[in-house]
Design a protein around this ligand. Structure first.
Ligand SMILES: *Cc1c(COP(=O)(O)O)cnc(C)c1O
Length: 359
């Protein structure tokens, strides 16, 4: 982005992603650890993240779309497997062939398509065990096993609905259903866990883990001893610093009324950059370890924060952190009524992203 006026920056640390990948792998040492890099690696850059993880030994990647798989293929060697969660259509077949992608079949029609396509890379069966979102119907497992007997899948998978709540009884129910399905496909590898599932217990691990958010340092509460670090730091520059007195209001809709004289700073970051508008009056920035609460509404290009508590009055050009070591991803997301997944995957085109390759 040449000649850009100072604007929001996201710095992504690839060594941190690799450390998180290794920590998750070490937590389940008997099981291969894959990497979910859909949605541009949750906003962290699929090309850069895949390249770093491939160099660290990761050989199985998951994306949602074949065009995402093409991007990942550019970053990884021929020996890496790239699975496409959202399945396959007739028009996509050339992409699957060109990038040697593996389709996750979620409907019987997709299995027929794969079997008749002549594609050589192997395919996956995804059974729905209780999420009721996407996947083959568990009741049809015998028919599907018969259908795939000549050309069995390489992987059989399912997805947990409540992986972020280890105590939820849905988990055991889905595990039980998945075990019964797995018996029908003795030659295939099995996969059940996203990040949260890894923490529930080893009986959930099977042959292959599918963490996404954990690689980026977010997601549900972690078991003691497992340390993951946020990989992305989002900062925005201050454009203006000013004082307001009692009874003044701030921003669109005058949604905040000043109760005591305050020093405010307006920064270059807004919902057009993917920052959540629901953070209005709830989110916060951080500067020098001090929280700077968001005052009034998040607008398209601007956010106003309270900098009254800073020891030193900041100046235009100084930066405020909105996601990072001080402004924790999940805390920040929760303040906006959302989750870390949404916050990073939405970070948009005006944010200047850069990648750190060394610690
Ligand atoms: C996105 C996704 C994952 C990764 O989930 P995280 O919670 O980010 O670890 C795993 N499996 C499937 C099917 C997914 O759609």
């Amino acid at each position: 982005m040449p000649n850009r006026t100072d604007g929001p920056d996201a710095e992504i640390s690839l060594p941190v992603v690799v450390d998180n990948y290794r920590a998750l792998g070490a937590f389940a040492p008997q099981t291969e650890c894959g990497a979910v890099v859909k949605a541009d690696a949750y906003g962290h850059g699929a090309l850069q993240v895949s390249k770093a993880l491939y160099a660290a030994g990761c050989r199985t990647f998951f994306v949602a779309y074949p065009h995402e798989g093409m991007e990942v293929r550019k970053a990884v060697g021929d020996d890496a497997v790239i699975h496409v969660f959202n399945g396959i259509t007739e028009t996509d077949c050339p992409l699957f062939e060109a990038a040697r992608l593996s389709a996750v079949c979620n409907r019987e029609e997709e299995i027929h398509l794969w079997l008749s396509s002549g594609l050589q890379t192997g395919y996956v069966l995804h059974f729905d065990t209780g999420m009721n979102r996407l996947g083959l119907n568990s009741d049809q497992v015998s028919d599907i096993a018969a259908l795939t007997k000549q050309h069995p899948p390489t992987l059989v998978m399912s997805h947990l609905a409540c992986a972020d709540q280890p105590q939820n009884e849905m988990n055991a129910k889905q595990l039980d259903r998945f075990r019964k399905i797995a018996q029908h496909f003795p030659s295939a590898r099995k996969s059940l866990c996203s990040t949260g599932g890894i923490y529930i217990g080893p009986e959930y691990h099977f042959d292959l883990l599918r963490p996404g958010i954990g690689l980026y340092g977010g997601g549900p509460a972690r078991p003691p001893g497992l340390k993951l670090t946020p990989a992305l730091t989002l900062t925005a520059p201050i454009l203006s610093v000013f004082d307001v007195g009692e009874d003044e209001t701030i921003g669109y809709g005058a949604s905040f009324t000043v109760k005591r004289p305050m020093t405010l700073a307006t920064v270059a970051l807004g919902y057009a950059d993917g920052y959540l508008r629901s953070a209005s009056n709830f989110g916060f920035g951080m500067r020098n370890g001090v929280p700077c609460p968001i005052m009034g509404r998040v607008s398209m290009d601007l956010i106003t924060v309270d900098v009254s508590d800073l020891e030193e009055r900041p100046s235009p050009g100084d930066r405020i952190e909105f996601i990072g070591p001080k402004a924790g991803l999940e805390i920040q997301a929760e303040a906006a009524g959302s989750i870390g997944y949404e916050l990073t995957s939405r970070l948009g085109g005006r944010i200047c992203k850069s990648w750190r390759t060394e610690e």
